[in-house]
Write a protein that binds this ligand. Structure first.
Ligand code: DLZ
Length: 169
């Protein structure tokens, strides 16, 4: 179980960024993806990136549950419902906040991030923060395209943290 076996915890908990696909076997990991309809084109590309890396980690299609919410502000509650359903081992919340679009960008960004962390800690279900916060659309496009598609890292993070949850509970 977590905390008692091979290697120092710090080694086993290293960030997904430094972990290669081959090291993550998500065969038995169930992942929920919640994405927003706001900034849909960008969010769809990010979601594709998430699914691409889940596939690389052997997560089966039948173990992926997908749903949508209107905007980033709705992500924490949807993540809470999904986490409490006990049907997934990790949740990835995918969205994109663009500063130019909203006067209350900072409020939505802060409450969304805090809300997702709260859900994660309160439900003991890893919730991956897959929300881009960008000053303008161009930045969002860069962060959701090609080799720089952040969704790919979020998928790996979900598998790594899902495995951690499974070993801890
Ligand atoms: C209202 C709003 C604005 C202005 N901008 C964004 C955005 O850039 N990205 C996003 O995901 N959502 C945005 N929203 C919608 C809010 O997140 C939320 O859906 C509404 O305030 C309704 O609660």
């Amino acid at each position: 179980t977590y905390g008692s076996s091979r290697g120092a915890p710090a080694t086993r908990m290293m960030a997904a960024e430094g972990v290669t696909f081959g090291e993550l076997d998500g065969t038995d990991v169930r992942v929920g993806i919640i994405s927003t309809r706001w900034n849909e084109e960008i969010v769809n590309r990010l979601t594709d990136g998430v699914k691409e890396s889940l596939k690389e980690c052997n997560v089966t299609e039948s173990n992926i549950f997908e749903t949508k919410v209107p905007g980033a502000f709705e992500l924490p509650l949807a993540a809470r419902f999904l986490s409490l359903s006990q049907t997934v081992d990790a949740v990835v919340c995918v969205g994109c906040l663009i500063k130019g679009d909203t006067m209350h960008f900072e409020y939505i960004a802060e409450s969304t991030c805090k809300g997702l962390m709260d859900v994660s800690i309160q439900t003991s279900t890893p919730v991956v923060l897959g929300v881009l916060t960008c000053t303008e659309e161009e930045q969002a496009i860069k962060r959701s395209t090609g080799d720089n598609n952040h969704g790919v890292d979020w998928g790996k993070t979900a598998v790594e943290m899902g495995l951690l949850r499974m070993s801890a509970t």
